[in-house]
Design a protein around this ligand. Structure first.
Ligand code: F6R
Length: 267
């Protein structure tokens, strides 16, 4: 049984390890420390990365660690999970510009080290295949960092009747477009309806997966991800199939895990 503990406590289940921290900043700092350590130990690390509001604190802490400890990053290769379709890398709402701002620029990653799905590709299918080949050519992802949507999505693998295995074109759900309005001047209508995203199979092939979630609005998705049945209605539930997943949470995101643990204990 997975039962979260207080700040920094770790609980190991068969497949998923949940660590709960008092605050989102502490969870992000712990993740940054682990990723920094891996880059130090394996300078040629292949790292899968997310965007969104949650990882901002993670990137801030990672940049600090890399600078403070003088960790060389010239051997690092990154692959981002997803990008909006129809948005160029230079546009402020693009995930590429988010990454330039929060990580690539501050640690000085060179364009050749960074891999991104091209939002303005004239041939999305071909672009998705190119991305899969690029990941394979690097020997696969060593570590994939993830966030989770309140609807249980990872990357842009939205809940639905079926899930794509490989990198693919997706139609974003209304709640996902609303959640991303902040990057488009608060205008939901400016958020693209489609995106390109790594597939569940692409993500599950990473050797190690770490997922960061914070806030009460993620608690239900987190609980279903860790304890729910495998279902395409909660794409993150498929992480239970992976043999090495760490989930780092603040107290609010862990709230329903604790409740359900307590319920079981009472029963
Ligand atoms: C974005 C991505 C998404 C986000 C998720 C949570 O690259 O992979 O799955 O991780 O939508 O986003 P935030 O952190 O903004 O709540």
């Amino acid at each position: 049984m997975l039962r979260p503990r207080s700040a920094g406590g770790a609980t190991g289940g068969a497949l998923v390890t949940v660590r709960t921290f008092d605050t989102a900043v502490e969870a992000a700092a712990a993740l940054a420390g682990e990723v920094a350590c891996r880059i130090r130990e394996h300078p040629a690390l292949v790292l899968g990365l997310p965007t969104g509001r949650t990882p901002v604190a993670f990137y801030r802490a990672l940049v600090r660690s890399i600078r403070r400890e003088g960790i060389p990053v010239s051997g690092l290769t990154t692959f981002n999970l997803d990008e909006f379709l129809g948005i160029s890398a230079e546009q402020p709402g693009s995930y590429r510009s988010y990454m330039e701002h929060h990580l690539f620029g501050p640690i000085g990653l060179q364009p050749g080290q960074v891999n991104f799905l091209e939002g303005t590709t004239p041939d999305p299918r071909c672009e998705c295949e190119r991305y899969e080949r690029a990941i394979a050519a690097c020997g696969g992802l060593d570590v994939q960092v993830l966030g989770i949507g309140a609807n249980g999505h990872i990357g842009f693998n939205e809940p639905g009747e079926w899930l794509a295995l490989r990198t693919h074109r997706v139609t974003l759900r209304p709640e996902t477009r609303r959640a991303n309005a902040g990057s488009f001047g608060g205008r939901v209508d400016a958020v693209p309806h489609e995106a390109l995203s790594m597939g569940l199979g692409t993500i599950l092939q990473a050797r190690k997966i770490v997922l960061l979630a914070a806030g009460r609005e993620k608690a239900r998705a987190v609980s279903l991800m860790v304890r729910g049945p495998l279902t395409t209605a909660v794409p993150a539930s498929f992480l239970q199939l992976h043999s090495d997943v760490d989930v780092l949470l603040d107290r609010a995101a862990a709230a329903l895990l604790a409740d359900r643990g307590a319920e079981r204990d009472r029963g």
